[in-house]
Design a protein around this ligand. Sequence first.
Ligand code: RIB
Ligand code: CA
Length: 313
Amino acid sequence: MAPRSIIIDCDPGQDDAVALFLAMASPDELELLGITTVAGNVPLALTERNARMMCDIAKSSAPVFAGCAKPMLRDAISAEYIHGETGINGIDVFEPETPLQDQHAVDFIIDTLLGDKVTVTLIPTGPLTNIATAIKKNPEILPRIEEIVIMGGAMREGGNRTPSAEFNILVDPHAADVVLNCGRPITLMGLDVTHRVLSTEERVARIGALNNPVADATVGMLSFFHRYDTEKYSSQGTPLHDPCTVAYLLQPELFKTKCCNVAVETESELTTGHTAVDFWHVTDRTRNVNWAYDIDADGFYALLTERLGRFPL
Ligand code: RIB
Ligand code: CA
């Protein structure tokens, strides 16, 4: 079967970086047409540089594009307190050889979707500003979107940046509202899933034993990334949020999902960015989202470790 054409829209971010590695390690299943970057964990100048660094480390030829530097309406917020001032603390930063493409990420998304690929799957792992901007700028792209597999939102897990909101949705709730109501197939991986895939010492050690540059970079980044979450959640390791999206495309059987309505709060200062998941169908609102609510964590790490092991020593 031909590989699925994908664009990863991200804000690296250690976990975004691992999602990129997982996709780059899976060319038989996924054709990575491009990496678009957005302001999120750290400002755009760093997220685009970090994405290009990952291309160098993984020796990927995927083109990298810079997108929106701020949310559609709200002021930008970031997360250096989690990811470090570089956004990928845990590895030494270098100036990547992978160039930044001149084209704006939003225009790359539009041109690619209107191009010769029959359909494209979008994988946003940061705020949804680029995706929503592309949809509003040229709605003709909508029929060419095969599926949007998003890391964002929360139901039972509550928020991780406010009591009510998960970071990606909180940064740009207006963009999330546009995307979740665009009418295309959406699978949403929230904290209810990602908080179950903790990077325990044993799991990280298995990745470290692979002894290739990509696995080494992964271990370095996770060694920094988990310090905040282990203290906050007193958990053994940190939730590996973003690779869950790519894993879903590779092995959907690892996940439990349910089609239901998900709506985003965009007005209230107290609960802005909250994803109201109508899991028990108590309203007659359109069931617009395939909501992921459980994952086989050991199966996820077995997949991730096997794929990272494919990179050359
Ligand atoms: O809330 C987790 C999400 O916010 C992840 O995508 C992480 O990279 C940050 O962007
Ligand atoms: Ca991210």
